[in-house]
Design a protein around this ligand. Sequence first.
Ligand SMILES: CC(C)(COP(=O)(O)OP(=O)(O)OC[C@H]1O[C@@H](n2cnc3c(N)ncnc32)[C@H](O)[C@@H]1OP(=O)(O)O)[C@@H](O)C(=O)NCCC(=O)NCCSC(=O)Cc1ccccc1
Length: 145
Amino acid sequence: MEDLIRIYNQVNNFGRDNHYELNIIEEGLIHYEMTIEERHLATPTAAHGGVIAAFMDAVIGVAALSAIHKEGKLASTIEFKISYYQPAYLGDKLKGIGKVDKKGNRIIFTTGEIYNQHNEIVAKAIGTLNAYPFEKGDIAKKLNK
Ligand SMILES: CC(C)(COP(=O)(O)OP(=O)(O)OC[C@H]1O[C@@H](n2cnc3c(N)ncnc32)[C@H](O)[C@@H]1OP(=O)(O)O)[C@@H](O)C(=O)NCCC(=O)NCCSC(=O)Cc1ccccc1
């Protein structure tokens, strides 16, 4: 089977459009980076909370993916709880750190943290993901067309 992380990166329009930069440190530990642009702003200077939540979803999602891709599985988010510690501002370079705390056959518990370029915490989350076989998802169906 082709590497599922490579396939995920290929099909992930959202990550590409937002210039997410992925770095897999080890299985279950990833770094993700993004920069706050004009189009992310909800006030003259601060990003919309949904931008940070979307980034967090990717941070915990790819942490889960990094822990299960060798088993031929993908992950989808069931739920996560996010706390916003401070705003992210135009031009901020955000770094997300995603960790798997516990991996079962299907349920994966994760934590995510997002820092700005001053190493100040912007947001934290805990989240639960569902692991499912690659063949059952829409990516496999699209590739097999
Ligand atoms: C997962 C659950 C919450 C519940 O699960 P269940 O109670 O188990 O549901 P059910 O009994 O109905 O399952 C029937 C069969 O379907 C399989 N199967 C399971 N999941 C999928 C699937 N996604 N696609 C295809 N098939 C799937 C499952 O193995 C089972 O097969 P089996 O019977 O074993 O042969 C489901 O309702 C759901 O998908 N919610 C929406 C989640 C969502 O959209 N989240 C947001 C986007 S994620 C994101 O962006 C994060 C991210 C970022 C970056 C990188 C990576 C990730």
